[in-house]
Design a protein around this ligand. Structure first.
Ligand code: SF4
Ligand code: SF4
Length: 470
């Protein structure tokens, strides 16, 4: 029986409820009065239920779709303005005991070089990332209790935070490691991680078990209940996601929103972020063998509906997506993107070996090219990491977002961190665009006192000072 308050995976992600939701949405997709009422409701900025969102997903009416995109653009502007937060993945280890059929790191793949970075190699990777201008990382590892135990991950986090090269610093380390115990989540919290990220891949239990035939990840319930354990361990910012292309997208879309509703119901705070990766080719993996790929058009529709369904949740796209696709989804709701990414172990300090990447990167531009592109499109690339460093996490963070107050911090922080980027790492052209953007946007900071403080800090940065934040 469906129960969003239950701690049992098969009850808060109830298969029958998902099927009933999709059947109901299909039946009602011609009911334009209801659809328009749901779209109107998004003006309240309170989000949508999984049923309401599913109905919008099934809707094919052109006028209604236009309204959905308009609302998504409006809500994106309301909460996130024209800021885009930047991050990079850092692969520590590709040893893995699991058998995920869509990932080249699966245990049976014998022609991929296996590697676990030493602390010295991590230093080199982090310096390379700092020299690009990154401040926020997402750590990635395969699951292997022998070759990649939790102690190794904890030591690596410590190393990463300790490296200060020139003006560089990694100020927020998000972690994407396999589902683990409450005790290990507590250790990660103590190590000072930002968000704990774990993709569900698919919410369909039957499909999930087929896609994960061997290894601990085969256990659907343990994987699906991981966020509850993370929250029990004190991590209050968690990042969810599915891998679109593995299973039928409607099913996973509804499952994702039910997961968000469950976290909100039980822990008082929904996911901090949602990622929307699409399946890509990789060594040993032919994405076309999975028959559930989604078109660019559908991908945009999913992003737009997620934006209005969970307005308080950051949406992330990676370099799996092309420049063109990223441009479109940034408009409709994505608030965080990676740039200059390497998806192999050790790929930043050394030339990346094609066949050891976890997936093919579509957007292969450098970070500077991505920053330059964003500025030309009128966005402010932000390297802000302020919230978690000031203890604004979990429900504290969410209540500021819900009251619309967080943006009073986001814009000043975006401008000050962009100035850091411009001064320390930008090419000549990017520098010029960044300074123009900062000048223009600083005038628009609504609060007089905040504006003055930002102008003073920007001035102090010319003298070499760094790391100001609100
Ligand atoms: Fe291992 Fe993760 Fe790849 Fe699965 S998706 S094989 S758990 S690295
Ligand atoms: Fe994110 Fe907080 Fe910075 Fe805004 S102020 S960009 S919410 S870390």
């Amino acid at each position: 029986m469906y129960d969003k308050y239950s701690k049992k995976a098969t009850e808060f992600i109830d298969d029958q409820e998902i099927r009933d939701t999709i059947a109901w949405a299909e039946e009602n997709k011609g009911n334009l009065e209801l659809i328009n009422r749901i779209i109107d409701k998004t003006d309240e900025l309170k989000g949508l239920s999984h049923r309401e969102a599913a109905l919008l997903l099934c809707c094919e009416d052109e006028h209604a779709l236009k309204r959905i995109y308009e609302q998504a653009t409006k809500i994106k502007q309301e909460f996130y303005g024209n800021r885009i937060v930047m991050f990079a993945p850092l692969y520590l280890s590709n040893y893995c005991v699991n058998g995920c059929t869509y990932c080249p790191y699966h245990a049976k793949n014998k022609h991929i070089p296996r590697k676990q970075l030493s602390q010295e190699e991590i230093r080199r990777e982090v310096i390379a990332l700092q020299d690009m201008g990154h401040k926020r990382l997402a750590l990635e590892t395969g699951e292997d209790p022998v070759n990649c135990p939790i102690e190794y991950v904890l030591e690596s986090i410590k190393t990463i935070y300790s490296i200060k090269h020139k003006n560089g610093a990694i100020r927020r380390v998000n972690v994407n490691i396999a589902a683990t115990t409450v005790e290990n989540y507590r250790k990660l919290k103590e190590a000072g991680i930002g968000t704990y990220i774990l993709f569900q891949e698919t919410y369909n239990k039957e499909q999930y078990e087929l896609l994960h035939p061997t290894g601990p990840k085969h256990n659907y319930d343990y994987h699906t209940e991981a966020m509850d354990r993370a929250m029990e361990g004190g991590i209050d910012d968690v990042g969810c996601g599915v891998l679109f292309g593995l299973n039928l997208y409607k099913y996973d879309f509804v499952g994702l929103l039910m997961h968000a509703e469950h976290l909100e119901a039980v822990h008082g705070v929904g996911p901090h972020t949602i990622s929307v990766p699409r399946l890509r080719n990789a060594d040993d993996i032919d994405a076309s063998e999975f028959k559930n790929g989604i078109s660019d058009e559908l991908f945009q529709k999913i992003v737009a509906i997620l934006r209005i369904a969970v307005p308080y949740t950051g949406l992330i796209v990676s370099t799996r997506e092309s420049q063109k696709s990223r441009e479109m989804v940034i408009k409709y709701g994505v608030s965080q993107i990676s740039g200059g990414s390497r998806t192999s172990v050790g790929g930043y300090a050394e030339e990346e070996e094609e066949d050891s990447s976890q997936f093919e990167v579509s957007d292969r531009r450098t970070l500077d090219q991505v920053v330059n592109w964003l500025l030309r499109l009128g966005y402010i690339p932000s390297f802000c990491t302020a919230c978690y460093r000031l203890g604004r996490t979990g429900d504290r963070f969410m209540s500021l977002v819900k009251q619309g107050e967080i943006k009073n911090c986001c814009l000043p922080n975006a401008l000050m961190t962009l100035k850091e980027y411009a001064e320390d790492y930008a090419s000549e052209d990017t520098y010029r665009l960044a300074i123009e953007m900062i000048k223009k946007e600083a005038q628009d900071i609504p609060n007089e006192q905040v504006r003055q403080t930002v102008l003073e800090h920007l001035h102090d940065m010319d003298g070499g000072m760094r790391d100001f934040r609100f």
